[in-house]
Ligand binder design. Structure first.
Ligand SMILES: [Zn+2]
Length: 255
């Protein structure tokens, strides 16, 4: 039993501010400990239920938030930038399940701590087949492509973008451990995400210049001043093009 973990940072219990999750900031060390404990809780729970192989992709910001020696389960750690499959680097069809750890709500979501969709400085909203999605929805394209089911656990109640009621980290980790074990036990009954083909991804930016720039990429159509769309049947290609749009438009973000 082989599990893939894509780890973000904003969804961890105890986190409500950028200062807790950005390298070089005063509260970063504490944030990092909270995140590492949650990642290890998922690995330990999965191990209890029989999973034996783990690949962890550190997918937040500069992607060096986790330290390899601190990971449970002798997990392989994918770390650093830039990775061709970004938040989903490392996943392929040899995995039995994918866990999204410490994920957060989309930029437009109500009550979502530190909400954003890939780049808060560029992306206003993303829709897949008309439905608003966040990072989990976009990353599901890759899981669907490889036919791998996804596991989630919620560990805090958001009160807004910078406030939340946190389940005590010890209890949050216990929930993650139990949740991961339960998911692994039931994994043969869990289905990978599925999308109606062809898939349309619409990306609305903060400003029109970003849509103009995204349109430089082959297969990207501009549908209005601030919105572009990509349409296709190959989910991995669509995700790759989306990542290219994210990387390119980063150049236009206000500093
Ligand atoms: Zn994120």
């Amino acid at each position: 039993m082989k599990l893939f973990l894509s780890t973000d940072f904003e969804g961890t219990s105890g986190i409500v501010a950028w200062e807790q999750i950005m390298e070089g900031q005063a509260e970063y060390a504490q944030g990092r400990k909270l995140l590492t404990d949650e990642v290890n809780a998922v690995i330990t729970g999965a191990q209890d239920a029989g999973a034996s192989e783990f690949v962890v992709n550190d997918a937040h910001s500069v992607m060096r938030n986790l330290h390899p020696q601190d990971l449970a389960g002798r997990a392989t750690l994918i770390t650093g930038r830039h990775k061709p499959l970004y938040m989903m680097q490392g996943l392929d069809d040899s995995f039995d399940g994918a866990c999204f750890v410490s994920y957060h709500g989309s930029i437009g979501a109500e009550h979502a701590v530190l909400s954003h969709t890939y780049n808060p400085g560029a992306i206003w909203e993303v829709r897949i087949n008309g439905e608003v999605v966040g990072e989990s929805g976009l990353n599901a394209l890759v899981a669907a492509h490889y036919g791998v089911p996804i596991i989630f656990v919620i560990v805090k109640q958001s009160l807004g973008r910078f406030a939340a009621a946190h389940i005590h980290p010890a209890i949050a980790c216990e929930m993650l451990r139990v949740g991961a074990a339960r998911a692994v036990q039931n994994i043969s009954a869990m289905l990978p995400p599925s999308f109606t083909l062809p898939v349309t991804i619409e990306i609305t930016f903060l400003v029109a210049d970003m849509a103009e720039m995204a349109y430089w990429i082959r297969d990207v159509e501009r549908v209005s001043a601030r919105t572009v769309q990509l349409v296709g049947e190959n989910l991995l290609d669509l995700y790759r093009t989306f990542v290219t749009v994210v990387m390119l438009t980063r150049g236009l973000v206000d500093r």
